[in-house]
Design a protein around this ligand. Sequence first.
Ligand code: ZN
Length: 173
Amino acid sequence: MLRKIIIEPDPILRKKCKPLESVNDDTRKLMNDMLETMYKAPGIGLAAVQIGILKRIVVIDVSKDKEKKDPIFLVNPEITYRSKKTAVYEEGCLSLPGHFAEIERPAECTTKFINFDGKEKELKAEGLLSTCIQHEVDHLNGVLFIDYLSKLKKDMIIKKLLKHKKEIERIIV
Ligand code: ZN
């Protein structure tokens, strides 16, 4: 089932998400909905908070080949290692449509998490996947990529998004 993606500015996106006690069929249903919503958008990562659910769940698929999907489900992800070496990617976000910025983050990271089947796993990542994991784990802590920009740039983006939101509301009303 497709879910509605929450757009910044919205106070929900700034909340800290709660860890799950276990992965059950409801969790798996939610993760499948998140994946469907992410593919449709389209995007390469989505956190549950972006569809208004304050739980520590992330779905990611950085596979380039659209035919061969390679989804990763992360429940309660915890980044246990961040490299000193950094990498810069131009990041976007499904909650900040139309806005992109170059963000510097640790190039490599290791993440502990629970997978789709409820098993504890560890994932070492580099490149785009590493950046994507860090971006999504930020969401679980109420952090958006624009928080790494200067106040001026950040305020400008939020102002534009707010203006766009108001325009959409005006059309509906
Ligand atoms: Zn995002």
